[in-house]
Design a protein around this ligand. Structure first.
Ligand code: KG4
Ligand code: ZN
Length: 355
């Protein structure tokens, strides 16, 4: 099955042709980094306008890069949410128009499902049941996946997402947008032990005992990064001026702390749920220190670990094609009897959750 996949949930306009859920025949990403860099972050209205300009050329390029024609495309897959509403509308309406014009069925995909299924773009695929650590600009979650499309969120951030924390700390250090890659680049020259930032270890949500008192018991798999961000802010405020070396030391210390927090909860999730495999996904999965520390954890625990190639960590359409393939096979969408999305159900949803 050849799927033409479209992704436009944030600031990347992307299209890909994916064969049978794992063969990436093309993967085109038009990044808007240069457009948003001068504002220090994504401006939703500007992002939507940029998608309008690039989406058709990107789709055409994905077909030509795949050396394929419309008659060889079986399905159109598209991100339905979560994301920026203006950006999602451009992707879903383009997919709908192309589906009518070219007479193709549609598969609507959740962006988070896409990040998870980036791990299936490989010959070596994860085994179920598994645990996924999904770390992106908008989400930080530990998800238990019992089988294809059987998701259960077992931990998530109570405030900022990991990528968001990278981006905000980058702003505090006057590093350019996007923050994540620039923090890790700056951190290469820094001393990760220079500053002791807090590793936030939350207890599970309190329960009321029989006497009516709140009881805080076992450690939680939830995350919190706002205290870490404030700790960095305090260091920045206390310093009168900054050398490049100071910035690098703060970046390295921050990166070490956030990675340790992610590893701490991942290790705890593995101990509690004993999955067959553990997978990493989302834009922050491109972080070299996180990848390195997870590789160490693999050595220590002997669980099978998987992480996508770097180009499938940050937003791309190949992951949407991979997710769509399995979604149709499992008949897991708001579907017709063949496992496709009914056109009337293709409604962009900025708050779409992982069901
Ligand atoms: O998945 P993604 O491309 O978009 C969302 O779905 O949010 O993730 C983007 C996030 C941004 O916050 C970006 O700073 C972060 O991923 N990111 C990184 C790295 N590359 C991207 N964070 C840390 N280290 C990186 N190398
Ligand atoms: Zn994403």
């Amino acid at each position: 099955m050849n799927i033409l996949a479209i992704e436009s949930s944030c600031d990347e306009t992307a299209a890909a042709v994916v064969k049978d859920g794992h063969g990436v025949l093309s993967n085109v990403v038009a990044s808007q980094i240069d457009i948003h860099a001068k504002y220090g972050g994504v401006v939703p209205e500007v992002a939507a306008r940029a998608h309008v300009q690039s989406i058709i050329p990107v789709v055409e390029e994905s077909l030509s890069e795949a050396k394929t024609k419309w008659e060889n495309i079986d399905v159109i897959a598209v991100t339905q949410g979560p994301g920026l509403i203006g950006s999602l509308i451009i992707g879903t309406e383009t997919a709908r128009a192309l589906a009518i014009l070219k007479k193709k069925p549609i598969i609507a995909v959740n962006h988070l499902e896409g990040h998870i299924y980036a791990n299936w773009i490989s010959k070596n695929i994860p085994q179920f049941p598994l645990i996924a650590l999904l770390v992106s600009g908008g989400h930080t979650m530990l998800i238990e996946v019992e089988n294809h499309y059987k998701f259960k969120i077992i931990g998530q951030t109570r405030d900022d997402a990991a990528g968001e924390a990278f981006d905000k700390v980058a702003q505090l250090l006057s590093l350019p947008y996007p923050g994540g890659p620039n923090i890790s680049k700056s951190a290469e020259k820094g001393n990760p032990n220079k500053y002791k930032f807090p590793i936030i270890d939350l207890t599970s949500k309190p329960k009321r005992n029989t006497e009516g008192f709140l009881e805080y018991s076992f450690p939680s798999l939830d995350f919190s990064f706002s205290g870490l961000k404030t700790a960095v802010l305090n260091v920045v405020k206390q310093s009168k001026s900054f050398s490049e070396q100071d910035k690098a030391d703060i970046a390295a210390s921050f990166q070490k702390t956030i990675v340790e927090t992610l590893i701490q909860n991942s290790q705890r999730a593995i101990a509690q749920h004993k999955p067959k495999s553990f997978i990493l996904s989302g834009g922050v999965a491109a972080n070299p220190l996180l990848r390195q520390e997870l590789a160490k954890l693999r050595e220590k625990l002997g669980t099978s670990f998987y992480m996508p190639d770097l180009k499938y960590c940050t937003d791309n359409a190949a992951m949407i094609g991979a997710a769509a393939y399995h979604k149709q096979k499992e008949k897991a969408c708001l579907s017709d009897e063949k496992g496709f999305t009914k056109p009337q159900d293709l409604v962009p949803n900025p708050n779409l959750s992982l069901s």
